[in-house]
Design a protein. Structure first.
Length: 314
DNA sequence: TGCAGTGTTGCTTC
DNA sequence: CGAAGCAACACTGC
């Protein structure tokens, strides 16, 4: 679930509390073996990478926190950047949990569960797999039920062109991402279905399954429409809907349909404002529309849309 | 009980 | 090259 609005919510929270703090320790139970594939061997899941990671991170000061696509970037004083991608179920929280010296996750959890901290009583927040000790006595923790999240470290000046970020398309909410640029990016995959193209991170960065469904509903475009067949007028509507829906997601503090939580362990509220996502069988909420929300598979992902007012353009 | 489905992405195969 | 399938993992819900 963490798409652009969720990651933005997390980054905004981290940017308020992390800068100027020192990282005093790092713990993880993810670094269990050595990997051969590039992305994994350069992540905290790799045993020898974690060793290096720890050496470069512990004792360093956090300077700033940024977002790029669905990635969280924590910039350190030694010009190294911690990069975190939350994938399906990851979320970062900051709080007073327990001492990092506890190397046993079970012990860690038992200690944490006894603390009077609402966030910790949330069952989704018990999957703590990475813990950073901070110089103010709190911890930055990664909760991740499915253990898909990626945590890595890259020299700050190389991060934009790294294997982690180098392939990404532009940020959809930046001012310089104009309608003209939007059309140009979409034209990279002319024969692709529009929902797939919107979610392609190398075309535009940050859009995932929930927000693509919602922006297509708002635009009246069928998600399986072939991109190059969409008339300019509809592309303009989609461009505006994209910005509107992403901003809504941010304004509601993200979407907690599943286990996304903000850095205080609290849920976002966008899931209460879905028009189509996971609304299968419900009447279409658009005024005057008599359609129904249906679900199909597009590009291997579930797609939700109105069978009446969302037009198939192909 | 069992299995399809779940937000993401990257690698492999065709 | 693109598209499709699958793997990474653990849980929910039918």
């Amino acid at each position: 679930m963490p798409e652009l609005p969720e990651v933005q919510t997390t980054v905004a929270g981290l940017a308020k509390v992390l800068p100027m703090l020192q990282i005093t320790d790092v713990w993880t139970d993810l670094a269990v073996k050595n990997h051969t594939t590039p992305h994994l061997s350069q992540s905290l899941k790799d045993k020898s990478f974690f060793k290096k990671f720890k050496q470069l991170v512990v004792g360093n000061k956090i300077i700033s926190v940024e977002r790029r696509a669905k990635n969280i970037l924590i910039n350190l004083a030694n010009k190294e950047t911690i990069l975190i991608h939350m994938k399906m179920t990851g979320h970062l929280m900051v709080g007073k949990y327990t001492k990092v010296e506890n190397k046993n996750i079970k012990t860690f959890w038992q200690v944490a569960a006894n603390e009077k901290n609402d966030a910790l009583r949330d069952p989704y927040n018990k999957y703590l797999h990475v813990v950073f000790g901070l110089s103010n006595g709190k911890q930055l923790v990664l909760s991740d039920a499915r253990k898909f999240a990626k945590v890595t470290l890259v020299p700050t000046e190389k991060i934009a062109t790294s294997i982690h970020l180098g392939h990404l398309g532009p940020e959809p909410l930046e001012k310089k991402f104009t309608l003209k640029e939007f059309k140009l990016r979409l034209s990279k995959r002319p024969r692709g279905k529009i929902k797939e193209v919107l979610m392609d991170q190398s075309v535009i960065a940050g859009i995932g399954n929930i927000y693509s469904d919602e922006m297509l509903w708002l635009s009246g475009i069928h998600p399986a429409s072939i991109t190059k067949e969409i008339p300019p007028k509809y592309l303009q509507i989609l461009y505006t809907a994209m910005q509107k829906v992403l901003h809504q997601g941010i304004d509601f503090g993200g979407d907690s349909t599943s286990d996304y939580r903000d850095i205080d362990g609290k849920r976002g509220k966008f899931q209460h404002h879905h028009n189509v996502y996971r609304m299968t069988g419900k009447p279409c909420p658009q005024k005057g529309c008599t359609g129904k929300i249906i679900r199909t598979i597009i590009g291997g992902r579930s797609a939700h849309f109105c069978n009446t007012h969302q037009k198939m353009l192909k």
